[in-house]
Design a protein around this ligand. Structure first.
Ligand SMILES: [Zn+2]
Length: 163
């Protein structure tokens, strides 16, 4: 422990390898592939061009509940939700056929398996398997059935029930 130039206390650690410890090799960096490049980036800053496109298409309103959050001076907020996750090992596509415009609550619920989507594009509660809502769609946008099936497959009890 020492005091830094600006008066803050600095804690320093020394890392020692344990005997016979497995060496962890860093994953190879593949910069040209957006799916690989964004695998370690958190959701909030993974605002890709196509995510912005889906949000603008729905005027920043949730396809499940219709809520459009508005902030200071009317600033609009919604989230582009990848149905099949972008990161490893899922490697979902960063494409409109894999994206929904959702409010933060429904985005989170989708990501943690609290909601699943049927083949006829009805959002269902994972606890009761009752419908939440039929997704609303703009003319030129549809999500691919393979992607909703992949999302369901992440939770085996849901996949079983939906098949
Ligand atoms: Zn919502």
């Amino acid at each position: 422990m020492e005091t830094g130039r600006d008066g803050f206390r600095i804690v320093r650690f020394r890392l020692d390898a344990i005997d016979n410890q497995t060496v962890v090799e860093p994953a190879p960096a593949i910069d040209h592939d957006p799916a690989f490049a964004s695998a370690v980036v958190t959701r909030r800053i993974r605002d890709t061009a196509v995510a912005r496109e889906v949000k603008e298409l729905y005027d920043f309103s949730c396809q499940i509940c219709g809520i459009g959050l508005r902030g200071f001076e009317g600033r609009k907020y919604a989230e582009g939700a990848h149905v099949r996750p972008l990161g490893r090992p899922h490697l979902g596509a960063d494409h409109l056929e894999n994206l929904l415009c959702l409010c933060p609550n429904h985005h989170t619920q989708l990501d943690i398996g609290g909601i699943w989507i049927s083949d006829d594009m009805v959002a269902m509660y994972a606890t009761s398997h009752e419908p939440v809502a039929t997704l609303s769609w703009k003319k030129r946008h549809r999500v691919n059935r393979e992607n909703v099936a992949y999302h369901r497959s992440l939770w085996p009890s849901i996949a079983e029930l939906a098949s």
